[in-house]
Design a protein around this ligand. Structure first.
Ligand code: CU
Length: 114
């Protein structure tokens, strides 16, 4: 009787571990990051699911901003080096944004249904 319990308890903890690992995987795939480097957004086009977060990080020595053309989100402040800016993707659609300091810098966000 005691042995049976030990086996089922072991099985239980193995399942719990597998579940944790799966959770960690799905969390990391939800990390949508865009680097701002050499006066460009990288990647220039990003596809995310509605409700996911998108984070920009400025890797330039110059300040940059993230401004939505369609006012999909509130514009960022001027980002200093290594400063980040995060938004949550809203309704599905294609959205363009630019840097108000350097309007030639543009990027696209494609939001798909989650
Ligand atoms: Cu800029």
């Amino acid at each position: 009787m005691a042995l049976l319990c030990a086996i089922s308890c072991l099985n239980l903890s193995a399942f719990a571990l597998a579940g944790d690992m799966k959770d960690a995987d799905s969390t990391s795939s939800n990390q949508n990051t865009i680097e701002i480097k050499d006066f460009a957004f990288n990647p220039q086009t990003i596809t995310v699911k509605s409700g996911e977060k998108i984070t920009w990080t400025n890797r330039d020595e110059e300040p940059h901003t993230v401004v939505s053309v369609e006012k999909q989100f509130k514009k960022s402040s001027a980002l200093d080096t290594d400063q980040t800016f995060t938004i949550t993707a809203g309704a599905p659609g294609t959205y363009t944004y630019f840097c108000s300091v350097h309007p030639k810098m543009t990027g696209t966000i494609v939001v798909v249904k989650s």
